[in-house]
Design a protein around this ligand. Structure first.
Ligand code: PLP
Length: 378
């Protein structure tokens, strides 16, 4: 098999056979001419079922995650909804991370429960607690590692073992690490989920999602539901993610280096009470992160001695870091999870500390990023 960066540029992206176009064309078409009734050209009949630009992205996604089938969706949550309603039936049970991304928690707790799915939030770093939460009806252990926004780390290989012993599937949301830093299928995951909005797209210009299945049977079931439920990625969005993927490796290297420097700065700063980053030896699961990740990523969270008031002030005082939701783009972002991305879990067991600030460290010059944080924290 070729190396990661070669696959990122070439998998699914052969030059166009008709014109030789090196970049995959954006096939802005809803339907395809048939050569006589049922005479499909290369299987394309209608763009909800399949579109060549989306196919290119789906093949690239499968190649990068070492899965057998990639599927591209309109958003990360569309991918999650399709997955859960493929592998669960009313009455089934899902184990969620104790600090799951708020949107995943809301999808399960406020939408899928109406459909009869049951769930238990569990701190996934506590493997005994995960074992204790398993029921005969458990179909999915949902793992996010690192987690959003607390940067918790779960042991993918150990969770795969627990899930499979119970006849359940391990799903890994690999959005924060990206396939460049972490390969969940090689560690035993059955399905990988992405918000391609983040590092895979990488330029804050597209909303999208992906599923990558480790086996062909599940891949076929997911593809059936993708078409039946219809939450597909359109051709232009697919093309944007495909273009982003080509530079994933070089971007991730720079995200990791810049985040490491920001972590060093914050750790030494007197206004900061704690820094959450899997690369820190003081992180409770640093050894697991070091084993299963090839770098620690671009996301950094920290708490402030001055509490919520100071956290909100810092978010308003930065100028190069942009105050905004989302993450994983080339530009640095700052946010207050309690009031912004994670407001939907306020009052639930997943509520986040109100003195927490989350950074998505971009790929700008590190000196400028540190200068910006220095003046905001002064
Ligand atoms: N998973 C994680 C870890 C996320 O951070 C997000 C969005 O922030 C999602 C899933 C949902 O993705 P989307 O916003 O593309 O629907």
């Amino acid at each position: 098999m070729t190396g990661f960066n070669t696959r990122a540029i070439h998998a699914g992206q052969e030059p166009d056979p008709r014109t030789g176009a090196v970049a995959v064309p954006i096939y802005a078409t809803s339907t395809y001419k048939q050569d006589g009734v049922g005479g499909l050209r290369e299987g394309y009949e209608y763009s909800r079922s399949a579109n060549p630009t989306r196919t290119a992205l789906e093949e690239a996604l499968a190649a990068l995650e070492n899965g057998v089938r990639g599927l591209a969706f309109a958003s990360g949550l569309a991918a999650e909804d399709t997955l859960l309603r493929t592998v669960c039936r009313p009455g089934d049970h899902v184990i969620l991370p104790g600090d799951a991304y708020g949107g995943t928690f809301r999808l399960v707790a406020r939408v899928l429960t109406n459909w009869g799915v049951e769930y238990t939030p569990v701190p996934l770093a506590d493997l005994d607690a995960v074992r204790a939460a398993i029921r005969p009806s458990t179909k999915v252990i949902w793992c996010e590692t690192p987690t959003n926004p607390l940067l918790g780390i779960a042991d993918i290989e150990a969770l795969a073992g627990i899930a499979h012993e119970a006849g359940a599937r391990l799903v890994v949301d690999n959005t924060f690490a990206s396939p460049y830093l972490q390969q969940p299928i090689a560690l035993g995951a059955d399905v990988v989920v992405h918000s391609t909005t983040k590092y895979l797209g990488g330029h804050s210009d597209v909303v999208g999602g992906a599923l990558i299945a480790a086996d062909a049977t599940l891949g076929d079931e997911l593809a059936f539901h993708q078409n039946a439920m219809g939450a597909i990625a359109g051709p232009f969005d697919s093309w944007l993610v495909l273009r982003g993927i080509k530079t994933l490796g070089v971007r991730m290297d720079r995200h990791c280096t810049n985040a490491g420097a920001v972590v060093d700065f914050l750790t030494a700063h007197p206004a900061v009470s704690s820094v959450l980053y899997p690369g820190l030896p003081s992180h409770p699961n640093h050894d697991v992160a070091a084993r299963q990740m090839s770098g620690f990523g671009g996301m950094v969270s920290f708490t402030l001695k001055g509490g919520e008031e100071t956290a909100l002030k810092v978010c308003g005082l930065v100028s190069l870091f942009t105050l905004g939701e989302s993450l994983g783009g080339v530009e640095s972002l700052i946010e207050h999870p309690g009031r912004m991305t994670h407001a939907s879990v306020a009052g639930s067991p997943l509520e986040v500390p109100n003195d927490l600030v989350r950074l998505s460290v971009g790929i700008e010059d590190i000196g400028d990023l540190i200068d910006d944080l220095t003046s905001a924290l002064a």
